[in-house]
Design a binder for this molecule. Structure first.
Ligand code: 2U9
Length: 341
């Protein structure tokens, strides 16, 4: 049985033009050009024709096949193009929408507090001395009067890089570097920077925080100089009416050692939630530099004396701004930073 090829071609092209998507196009391909498609069957039908009609029929059938295949490819391309244009139209920017304001950052409150501290001590003649964050055990402990196995090492939970190398637990090793860089000349330096402690993170403790330590070494330096320096700092930072209290304490690198308390800025000493009803807020630790430590720094303790102090920068910021959780400092939340314009 043979088929009217012209009629087949006309119907196939009409159906092709009507195919509006990839599925319809594929169904069309199966229906006309597939293994059991109309045209395929029509070509096979050539065998039923008398021998003299076969070449002419075969030639037309092949021409129809070529044209249908070409039409199919063209339609496929056209559909792809239409789809692409649709996608582009959908992705178009609506220029009438209101814009999104870029979020502005701020100087981090820890940075602001550090700068305020620098300014106060700069006016008292202290220079900034910077030092490394990765230290040897020797500088972080031994030269600070803590030989291996000294029980005071337990005051600092330490990140060890290896047996001899640590992340500094305080900026104190920098004080040894500073002394060795300057001795025998007198020095007055502050050491700001990040410190690390292997601690459980809570609202009061972070494993990374900032410290500022101070050191003054020279002839005739006494505890009175330390007290005057601390009082002046507290009054510049927290208000001229502040009063300080020095409590006996212990640090391996100072002797005598003290803890420095300031009357509570919220209740002025009466007792409140902020000072846990004590009337006092701890702002620093300090003391007279231990003779062993002075000698490790290259100074002769028979000739010079020194005072040193240390304070936590986040703690100072927390007190100044009434921040209730130290984890905000590394929480990476712009809403926190933006409050300290
Ligand atoms: C040398 C000599 C003396 C530095 C000192 C403290 C006391 C102290 C803490 C306060 C809160 C650290 O951030 S904190 O946890 N610091 O109590 N720091 S005396 O004394 C030194 C340091 C180095 C060579």
């Amino acid at each position: 049985m043979t088929v009217d090829l012209q009629d087949l071609e006309r119907r196939a092209l009409e159906a092709l033009a009507a195919a509006q998507n990839a599925e319809a196009l594929d169904a069309w391909r199966v229906a006309y050009l597939g293994k059991k498609g109309e045209l395929t069957l029509a070509v096979r039908g050539v065998g039923q024709l008398p021998a003299e009609e076969r070449p002419a029929y075969g030639k037309v059938a092949n021409e129809v096949k070529d044209r249908l295949e070409a039409a199919y490819s063209a339609r496929l391309e056209a559909l792809k193009q239409e789809e692409l244009e649709r996608a582009l139209r959908a992705a178009q920017v609506d220029v009438t929408l209101p814009g999104r304001r870029p979020q502005l950052g701020r100087l981090h409150p820890a940075t602001q507090t550090l700068r305020a501290i620098y300014a106060i001590f700069a006016r008292m003649g202290f220079q900034v001395f910077r030092s490394r964050e990765v230290e040897t055990d020797q500088y972080n402990f031994e030269l600070l009067n803590m030989p291996p196995h000294h029980p005071a090492r337990d005051m600092w939970d330490t990140f060890y890089v290896n047996e001899q190398v640590v992340l500094r637990t305080h900026t104190s090793p920098g004080q040894i570097h500073a002394m060795r860089a300057h001795c025998p000349a007198p020095i007055r330096v502050i050491l700001p920077g990040k410190c690390y402690r292997y601690e459980q993170v809570t609202m009061r403790h972070e494993m990374q925080f900032h410290q500022v330590e101070g050191l003054a070494v020279g002839r005739n330096i006494t505890m009175a100089d330390l007290k005057g320096t601390m009082v002046h700092f507290a009054r510049q930072m927290f208000g001229e009416e502040r009063r300080l209290r020095f409590r006996c304490s212990y640090f391996p690198f100072t002797e005598p050692s003290v803890e420095v308390d300031m009357d509570c800025i919220m209740c002025k000493g009466a007792g409140c939630r902020m000072c846990k009803q004590t009337g006092w807020l701890e702002i620093a630790g300090a003391g007279m530099v231990h003779p062993v430590v002075l000698r490790n720094g290259g100074y002769d303790p028979a000739v010079v004396a020194g005072f040193a102090f240390g304070m936590g920068v986040e703690r100072i910021a927390i007190l100044k701004h009434g921040i209730d959780d130290i984890r905000y400092f590394h929480g990476n939340d712009l809403r926190f930073v933006q409050q300290f314009a």
